[in-house]
Design a protein around this ligand. Sequence first.
Ligand SMILES: [Zn+2]
Ligand SMILES: [Zn+2]
Length: 256
Amino acid sequence: MGRTLGSGGRWMSLLRRQKAVDAEIVGVPAASPGHPSSRPCSEPGCQAPDRVSCDYRDRRGAPCPTAWCADHVMTVHSWHLCRRHARVVQALAPVEFRGELPPPDLNNRAPSLASYLAEALDSRMRAALGELGHPANGEHVSAEALTPLNTENRGRRWAQGWKLFDNTGPLLRIDVEVDEARDPECAIRLNSRVILRCVPPWIQDRKAAAPPMEGAEDEKRRQVFYDRLMEQHVRPALVAEEHWVRRWEHSPNSAV
Ligand SMILES: [Zn+2]
Ligand SMILES: [Zn+2]
């Protein structure tokens, strides 16, 4: 009897887990073709004939308004998602499945914006940290997952970043952060200090209702923004911080 109850309990927790996910994602059977949509593909300029809607729902049940053709839809497990929500679902899935964290609202851009910027800056950040690392001393660069953190005023900020570490722990940790209360403002945090706050130029445009830039022009502007962010803010701060954390190594007494 005890064994039966025990396995019953396990089923219950599986079911409960499934339910927590269903609250966020409309249940789509495995290998489903998705929910057909009459809207055009949300990829600018795409005229493809068959579209499905993004399956993402926030915890109040509000649907994502985008639709995607087979070429532009993202699939995660059996879900059909836009890029933003694919990122959110992938970043949150391991935590969500344990039911420890309420899913972010559909209109909460903070997690996907932090994740988007981290992805865009990934190679630049790895290179910048790699240049300061001493692999011969066992120092490595790693990328960290998107993580929700509590803010001082009981809010939530989302951070995703990189670490230069050795076997004693991290020397440098740099994160891209978006605080839900300050969205769309983004922050770069180096170790425990915010070194920069900014609103990406394409988001400034949207807020000012400026006409959107076209594909190639928009992409070029984003790359210029990332390059400036790295050269004017991140690299100088990393170099200064590295000197500081290695100050004892640099002292004349420790010279070999
Ligand atoms: Zn398309
Ligand atoms: Zn979506």
